[in-house]
Design a binder for this molecule. Structure first.
Ligand SMILES: [Zn+2]
Length: 164
C-alpha cells in the first residue's frame, strides 16, 4: 500500500496537470453514485486526491473500498426514504399489504426493503413518493387500467382513511 501511494504521488494529476495525489480523507464529500447526483460519504476513507484541483484518483485499491462504502450509503438513504414514505401512509390508516398491492409488490416486499434485504428500485420509489403524496388521486388514476385497485380504495374508504 505504501509503495502504491508513493507511486501515485509521483505522477501529476491528469485533470489539472500540476497537482499531486495525496491520501486525503473524503468523509463529507458528495459523489455521483448510481442515480444519486450527490451522495455524501459519512464515513472516513483515505483516497488519493489531487492537492490542487481536488480530483480523485479513480483507479487503485481505494476505488473498491469507496464503492463499497457508497453502496452502503445508498442503501441507508433508500431505506430511510422508504421508511418515511411508508410511515406517512401507515399513519393515515393504510396497511402495509395494501401499499404493496397498489404498487404491485409481492407480499412482504416492503418489510424486506425496510430491513435492507431488498433495495427498492428507483421506479418503485418514485411510485411510492407519488402514492404517499397523493394517495387517493393515485388510486383513482390506476383504477381504469387496474380495476382491483378500486377494491383497495373501497376498503380504505370504509375504514375512514380518507375522512380527514
Ligand atoms: Zn489536479
Amino acid at each position: 500500500m505504501k509503495r502504491e501511494q508513493l507511486a501515485l504521488t509521483d505522477r501529476p494529476c491528469g485533470a489539472c496537470g500540476v497537482g499531486r495525489f495525496q491520501p486525503t480523507d473524503v468523509k463529507g464529500r458528495a459523489f455521483a453514485y448510481r442515480d444519486e447526483r450527490a451522495l455524501v460519504l459519512t464515513t472516513s476513507l483515505l483516497v488519493p486526491v489531487c492537492n490542487v484541483c481536488g480530483e480523485l484518483r479513480e483507479r487503485g485499491a481505494h476505488a473498491e473500498s469507496l464503492d463499497t462504502l457508497l453502496e452502503a450509503e445508498y442503501t441507508t438513504k433508500r431505506i430511510a426514504a422508504t421508511k418515511e414514505l411508508v410511515a406517512t401512509l401507515l399513519d393515515d390508516g393504510w396497511r402495509q399489504v395494501e401499499i404493496e398491492q397498489v404498487m404491485a409488490l409481492s407480499a412482504g416486499y416492503l418489510s424486506k426493503a425496510l430491513r435492507g434485504e431488498k433495495t427498492l428500485a428507483t421506479s418503485t420509489l418514485r411510485h411510492l413518493i407519488h402514492l404517499a403524496l397523493h394517495p387517493r388521486q393515485t388510486l383513482q388514476d390506476l383504477t381504469p387500467r387496474f380495476p382491483q385497485v378500486r377494491e383497495i380504495e373501497l376498503a380504505l374508504e370504509r375504514r375512514g382513511v380518507f375522512a380527514a
